[in-house]
Write a protein that binds this ligand. Sequence first.
Ligand code: MN
Length: 234
Amino acid sequence: MTSAMSRPLFDLPVPLVPIIGADAAFPVRRIYCIGRNYAAHTREMGGDPSRDSPIFFMKPADAVAPRGRLAFPPDTADLHHEVELVAAIGRGGANIPVESALEHVFGYAVGIDLTKRDRQAEAKAAGGPWERSKAFDHSAPISSILPLNPSQAPLRGRISLTVNGATRQNSDLANMIWSTAEIVARLSQIWTLAPGDLVFTGTPDGVGPVAFGDVLDAHVENIGGLRVEIGSGA
Ligand code: MN
């Protein structure tokens, strides 16, 4: 009995994200997200970028979606795209100083923070939690991870998203209110970060609805791209 107690009843798969140039994949532990991190997006959501402090929320690890085609999710009539730079944590820590925060980042990817805007608006109005609008199945499609050392960290560069070829989001990483280093440092004051954590760093303005059959192309300069087809099934 004692030996059996250390053995899981069944195998639980660890969500994996491919790493560019590596045979091994990146195992996902937690997904942290920041809201309202670009002034123009904060304004389009009705916020005040000069006053609002960052808000954090999480998605489950298995929200990283399979590549390619995604089923249109249930429980929404207003699914929105949010293109984001994603930092993959390779070294954990608590109370990480801003100055050394990028040393904890293994690499970067392009992600889409899929959001059920109708469910989010209801949660905001009710003062309720955001899980239903943000943490649903396959809500965090992500590209392969590009390993980069701190001196190569993307501090600026175009971040964009097209829907069926038409540009919807087009900004620059330099417009982030809180830098990747500042986000990692602040998160680590609240949660102890660990290898396998992903950090979605917020979306620029231009978020909007996604329809059945749409093709989303997300791109971050020098980091990579991600195509997601919102179709009938993964
Ligand atoms: Mn977002």
